[in-house]
Design a protein around this ligand. Structure first.
Ligand code: IPE
Ligand code: IPE
Ligand code: MG
Length: 255
């Protein structure tokens, strides 16, 4: 990790720069209420709004939300099309508001598989907010960590084939430049709601040193208190990045 994009020891005990969330439990939230699963997704959008507002207000630099995984196409067709419509209507409703709040919207994932209307909304949201300086809101849609690495490796291979790169020049830093999160700090805090304790093909490369936090709270119930609990847990941890606890305490290292 280079010195300029790194966390100092001070920032280690302060707020995270980048929070990445797997928003899980929408379906179960609805089922518990004898409602159809789509209502859980709708309720989930409200939780997204709350968390985005909170992160913007707290001056968190990056919030990454897993909205649709590359494996979620395996769901019943009606649920998939309902989610596509929900993404479109949510973007329609929220782009201007995000822009007014100086939020920069970014999508990661293979968007070419989405309906044209959704691809157009994504492009519109990104273009409109691209120069904003507040929170960067990264939405992972048709995203998979393995896909991200594959597309990066493919670009590196193309450079080699074109004679612009030698295989000996492949380093971690070089690969990072081709990942979809290239210009963003690595996630400091990973949150998964809904009780499952797995990564489900989210930011695989980028999570190498992220602090993991799992909560049984279902995503639609996740609110300001819930995110504050997660941040509190983060602040209580000692990040060592391979050093000893003593080295960290003596401030003999910077990350
Ligand atoms: C997460 O909630 C939202 C998406 C994957 C789109 P789920 O829909 O996975 O909710 P559960 O896990 O079935 O409760
Ligand atoms: C992960 O949740 C993907 C999103 C939240 C978008 P899933 O509910 O799809 O994960 P698995 O299938 O239970 O691992
Ligand atoms: Mg789930």
């Amino acid at each position: 990790m280079s010195a300029d994009d790194s966390n100092s020891l001070e920032s280690d005990n302060n707020k995270p720069r980048h929070i990445a969330i797997i928003m899980d439990g929408n379906g179960r939230w609805a089922q518990k209420r004898f409602m159809p699963r789509p209502m859980g997704h709708q309720a989930g959008v409200k939780a997204v709004r709350k968390v985005v507002e909170y992160c913007a207000k707290q001056e968190i630099e990056v919030l990454s939300l897993f909205a649709f995984s590359s494996e979620n196409w395996r769901r019943p067709q009606e649920e998939v099309s309902m989610l596509m419509s929900l993404f479109i209507t949510t973007l329609q409703r929220e782009i201007d508001k995000l822009h007014r709040n100086d939020i920069r919207l970014r999508f990661i994932g293979d968007r070419t598989a989405f309906p044209d209307k959704l691809q157009a909304k994504i492009a519109e949201g990104e273009a409109k907010t691209k120069d904003n300086k507040g929170l960067t809101l990264v939405v992972a849609a048709n995203y998979g960590g393995r896909w991200d690495m594959c597309q990066a490796f493919r670009k590196v291979a193309e450079k080699i084939a074109a004679g612009e790169l030698e295989s000996q020049e492949i380093t971690e830093e070089l690969i990072e430049r081709y990942l979809s999160t290239a210009d963003l700090p690595e996630p400091d805090l990973f949150i998964r709601t809904g009780g499952e304790q797995r990564v489900s093909n989210f930011l695989l490369w980028q999570l190498a040193y992220t602090e993991l936090y799992f909560t049984p709270t279902l995503w639609p119930d996740f609110d300001q208190d819930s995110i504050e609990d997660a941040i509190k847990s983060f602040k209580s941890r000692q990040r060592r990045f391979g050093h000893t606890g003593e080295q960290v305490l003596n401030k003999a290292v910077t990350f």
